[in-house]
Design a protein around this ligand. Structure first.
Ligand SMILES: C[S@@+](CC[C@H](N)C(=O)[O-])C[C@H]1O[C@@H](n2cnc3c(N)ncnc32)[C@H](O)[C@@H]1O
Length: 368
C-alpha cells in the first residue's frame, strides 16, 4: 500500500530522531558538565534563564545556545519548561525551567537541602556517554564484518582501544576512578531500594560476599549491619582501596572464576551481564561451591537486567540499549528469563525467583 505524504514525513522524522540520537546523549552530558541540574536545584527547583545563566560557566557570546539546549532537554523530559504569564494581561513574561524526576537524579549538591543526594547518577551517565564508549560504538559495523578467523578483537571496544575493557581499566588510573565512581553512584541508588524493599531477603543471613563488588559501596549499605561482609575483587581494585575504608567490610583480592570464599549469601550486582553464558555458568558453579547446599541452604542474589521484566516500553528500551552497550564494550549481554533459566540449570541450580524491583533491573534469588 502506498504511503500517504504524512506517513512519509513521519518516517523521515523517525530517521532524523534515530540518526541524531547521539546528540540526545551529548546534550545530557553537556547539562551535567555545566552543572545545570545543580544550578536549578540551588534556585529552589525552578530557574528562569537569567538565573540559570548567572550560575553557569558559559561564555557571554554563547549564552543563547543554553536556551536551545534547555528547549531540547525539556522536550525530551529531562527538564520541564513552563511559560509564566503576566497576571495583568496574560502575555508571556518569561520561561522557567524546573527539575523532573529524571534530572533530580543528577543533583549532587551537598547543601543539606536534598535528603536523598545519595541517589545522584551523574557519574554513571558521564561514564556511559564518555569518548571511550562513544568511539567504540562507532566501530560496531566494522567489528561485525570481521571474519571469525581473522578476529582478534572480542568487542568493538577492544578493536578501537586495543585492550579488553577490564584490561584498559587496570592500566588507566583516571578511567578506573571514573568507572569506580560511576558504579558506586549506581550502588548507592540500588542499595536504597534494597534496604527499602528487599529486607526479608536477608533474614537469617549471617555472612555475605559481594563478588565483583567494586569499591564496596553496596556491601557497606545500611541493609546488613548484622551480616559479616566481604568484597571479592580483582587485585588492582583491592590495591586501590584507601586504608581507612569501612572496617565492617573485608576486601579479598582474587578471581571469581577460580574461587569464591564461603558465605550464607553471595551477591552478584551488575556482574553477570559482563560475561558470556559459558563464563556465567563457571562463575555460578564457584558460587554454588561457596554456599551451603544443605538446610539452611545458602543463596545467590543477582541484581541484573531481565529483558521484558516490565510492561513499560521505556524500561524495555533502556534494557535493550544496555544490551547494545554490552555488545560494544564487553563479551556479555542482557538476558531474557529463558536465557537466565538455562544458565542457572547448567550451573546446577534448581530454584529461582525474579522480582523486578529496580526498574530496568531485577533481583534474582537463586537456590541450589
Ligand atoms: C560492572 S562492575 C560492577 C561493580 C559492582 N558490583 C557494582 O555494581 O557497583 C563489575 C566488577 O567486576 C569486577 N571483576 C571483573 N572480573 C573479575 C574477576 N575475575 N574476579 C573478581 N571481580 C572481577 C570488576 O573489577 C568490576 O568491579
Amino acid at each position: 500500500m502506498a504511503s500517504t505524504g504524512a506517513d512519509l514525513m513521519n518516517a523521515q522524522a523517525e530517521l532524523w530522531c534515530h540518526t541524531f540520537g547521539y546528540l540526545k546523549s551529548m546534550a545530557l552530558q553537556c547539562a551535567i558538565k555545566l552543572g545545570i541540574p545543580n544550578a536549578i536545584h540551588r534556585c529552589g527547583g525552578s530557574a528562569s534563564m537569567p538565573e540559570l545563566l548567572a550560575a553557569l560557566p558559559v561564555a557571554a557570546s554563547k549564552r543563547p545556545c543554553i536556551s536551545r539546549i534547555m528547549t531540547f532537554l525539556s522536550a525530551s523530559g529531562v527538564f520541564r519548561q513552563e511559560s509564566t504569564p503576566v497576571p495583568s494581561n496574560g502575555e508571556i513574561a518569561g520561561v522557567r525551567y524546573s527539575l523532573t524526576a529524571a534530572s533530580r537524579l543528577l543533583v549532587d549538591d551537598d547543601d543539606g537541602i536534598r535528603s536523598d543526594r545519595s541517589t545522584c547518577l551523574s557519574g554513571l551517565m558521564l561514564l556511559c556517554s564518555s569518548p571511550l564508549y562513544f568511539s567504540s560504538s562507532q566501530s560496531l559495523a566494522e567489528w561485525l564484518k570481521e571474519d571469525d578467523e581473522d578476529a582478534v578483537a572480542e568487542t568493538p571496544f577492544m578493536m578501537v582501544q586495543g585492550a579488553s575493557y577490564y584490561g584498559f581499566v587496570s592500566g588507566d588510573v583516571e578511567f578506573a576512578a571514573c568507572v569506580n565512581e560511576a558504579m558506586a553512584s549506581d550502588s548507592r541508588f540500588v542499595a536504597e531500594v534494597l534496604v527499602r524493599e528487599c529486607g526479608p531477603v536477608f533474614t537469617g543471613v549471617t555472612s555475605l560476599v559481594d563478588v565483583g563488588g567494586g569499591d564496596g559501596t553496596t556491601a557497606m549499605a545500611r541493609a546488613f549491619p548484622q551480616v559479616r561482609r566481604s568484597v571479592l575483587e580483582l587485585p588492582h581494585v583491592v590495591d586501590a582501596m584507601p586504608a581507612d575504608s569501612d572496617s565492617a567490610v573485608e576486601f579479598i583480592a582474587g578471581d571469581m572464576m577460580e574461587f569464591i570464599p564461603p558465605a550464607d549469601c553471595i551477591l552478584l550486582k551488575f556482574v553477570l551481564h559482563n560475561w558470556s553464558d559459558e563464563d556465567c555458568v563457571r562463575i555460578l558453579k564457584r558460587c554454588k561451591e561457596a554456599i551451603s547446599t544443605r538446610e539452611p541452604k545458602g543463596k545467590v542474589l543477582i541484581i541484573d537486567v531481565v529483558i521484558g521484566s516490565s510492561p513499560s516500553k521505556h524500561i524495555l528500551e533502556a534494557q535493550l540499549l544496555l544490551d547494545l552497550c554490552m555488545m560494544v564494550i564487553l563479551p556479555g549481554k542482557q538476558r531474557e528469563e529463558e536465557k537466565w533459566h538455562k544458565v542457572f540449570i547448567d550451573a546446577g541450580f534448581t530454584e529461582y525467583k525474579i522480582s523486578p524491583v529496580f526498574g530496568t533491573r531485577s533481583l534474582i534469588e537463586l537456590y541450589p
